[in-house]
Design a protein around this ligand. Structure first.
Ligand SMILES: Cc1ncc(COP(=O)(O)O)c(C=O)c1O
Length: 483
């Protein structure tokens, strides 16, 4: 038996090495099973076992009636391994560079692989139009109503509370309607921390979270984050033990840009750890409803027993970003968050709160998120396939479990910012890796938006980007930086 195991493993290793050295390149057909069996003087079943092992390793695909082909797939991102101690907290100074990148991305006619806005064609515009006219007719007072006391539209609170029933019981008094998820996070940060405090974040994380921390004069502590399982709770615990952390700001369900989801056991442990140390968690759950898992993953808030978690979200990704309606479920900080909301921007328009509430009530929202999950998973797979074909083999690609972005590790010598400059000249916008770090990490990473429908323009853009990455990879690092 063990000789048999050695035989098939040996053949798998041998074929794997030929694939790694591109003797068999992506798309090539491997020799037939019969041929391999004859050539190696082993049984057909041993060859089959070897090929199955190569399939499991993600190196080849079986094509019915046609044989085995080398997969067009780049490597997936490596995990982070065991707990590493986070580096020092740092003040964030990303805004100026980020604004320059965003402005460059906005160039007219550029193929938009940068900002992660959902494309109009996937949003329920007709249904929103119907809800808007129905409410305008039925409740014209909402077009003029504003209040400094009743900031929340009752039906909006009802719907947010109802949607949480699957994972827990929300206290409606904890809810503050906000004008976007960004505003909810900003208010929560101001409620739980002050200038000079250190906020633990995932590494990498969404650049607007870094901008918020920067704008409030706080420091960021980047906690190692696994491309599949998210934040390392071990690493965070080490930082907490060293007294480094005053609050956490995390995206546990489909982190932007990784698409990672924290396993439920990690979320439970995180909630307990933070509660034990009385460290508040601001949880950005904007992608919770857009995860591709069979069940909607729970937020960390589901495991919060002490009001320590401030859950933030909005309907910008799944319904429309134009309504600017979101919310915070702010636990024991609710009163403070409501106060800050009042003095920052007053009420979030009751009219659009009512529109969103009516949209969520009934089946429209569930149908919409079901459709989006299916379509977005497909678009991510298409983009991932195209990147695998066009980019150098040393690149590694994330396997997002939700949302609509891909995170790509380029060869070490590629300077993603320099690459970005040249891509913009060729009419292609993307987000360079350093925008996702407070300390300039991820210099050789990029994020691609996969939300748009696949088109010849996008296909061409990926081929051009791939050619650029090849060029940058073939040059020494210094030359790449200077050009
Ligand atoms: C993780 C995350 N949070 C928040 C937002 C912004 O949401 P909103 O438009 O509601 O402020 C985004 C948008 O890209 C995001 O990716």
């Amino acid at each position: 038996m063990s000789a048999q195991i050695n035989l098939y493993e040996h053949l798998a290793d041998e074929l794997g090495a030929l694939i790694a050295n591109r003797i068999f390149a992506p798309g090539d057909r491997l020799p037939s099973i019969r041929h391999l069996a004859q050539q190696k003087r082993i049984s057909i079943s041993t060859v089959m076992q070897a090929l199955r092992l190569l399939e499991d390793r993600g190196l080849i695909d079986a094509k019915p009636q046609a044989g085995f082909y080398v997969r067009h797939r780049a490597r997936t991102l490596a995990g982070i391994g065991s707990a590493q101690c986070p580096r020092e907290p740092t003040y964030v100074g990303i805004n100026n560079l980020l604004m320059r990148v965003l402005q460059a991305n906005d160039s007219p006619g550029a193929v938009q692989l940068g900002s992660a806005w959902p494309p109009d064609e996937i949003l329920p515009v007709k249904r929103i139009q119907r809800v808007v006219s129905a409410i305008t007719r039925r409740n014209p007072e909402l077009l003029t109503r504003v209040s400094c006391v009743d900031m929340n539209e009752p039906n909006f609170v009802r719907q947010v509370t109802r949607r949480a029933i699957d994972w827990g019981r929300l206290d409606p008094h904890e809810i503050v309607a906000t004008s976007s998820c960004t505003e909810a996070i900003s208010l929560c940060l101001r409620a739980v921390a002050k200038a000079g405090d250190t906020i633990a974040i995932e590494s990498p994380t969404y650049f607007v979270l870094l901008q918020l921390i920067e704008s409030l004069g706080m420091k960021a502590l980047e906690i190692p984050t696994d491309p599949k399982t998210g934040l390392s709770v071990d690493a965070l615990e080490l930082a907490i033990q060293q007294g480094l952390v005053q609050a956490c700001l995390l995206i546990p369900n489909s982190n932007n840009p990784l698409g990672s989801i924290m396993p439920e056991a990690n979320k439970k442990r995180l909630a307990a750890l933070l509660s034990q140390h009385d460290i508040p968690l601001i949880e950005d759950d904007i992608y919770g409803d857009l995860c591709f898992t069979s069940e909607r993953p729970w937020p960390v808030k589901a495991y919060d027993t002490t009001g320590n978690v401030l859950l933030c979200s909005s309907f910008s990704k799944a319904v429309t970003p134009a309504a600017r309606v979101g919310y915070a479920v702010a636990g024991k900080y609710a009163e403070q968050v409501a106060f800050l909301k009042t003095v920052s921007s007053g009420t979030t328009g009751h009219f659009f709160q009512a529109v969103l509430a009516e949209f969520i009530d009934g089946s429209s929202y569930d149908n919409q998120i079901r459709k989006m999950r299916r379509v977005l998973a497909q678009r991510i797979a298409q983009m991932s396939d195209a990147v695998s074909k066009s980019f150098p083999a040393e690149c590694s690609i994330s396997e997002p479990q939700g949302g609509f972005v891909l995170w790509i590790q380029l060869p070490e010598q590629v300077d993603a910012l320099a690459l970005h400059g040249q891509a913009i000249e060729q009419g292609i916008a993307f987000m360079p890796g350093p925008m996702f770090s407070a300390s300039g990490k991820f210099g050789n990473y990029m994020r691609l938006n996969c939300g748009n429908a696949w088109s010849p323009d996008i296909e061409k853009a990926i081929q051009k980007l791939g050619a650029l990455v090849h060029r940058f990879s073939d040059r020494p690092a210094r030359e790449a930086i200077l050009n």
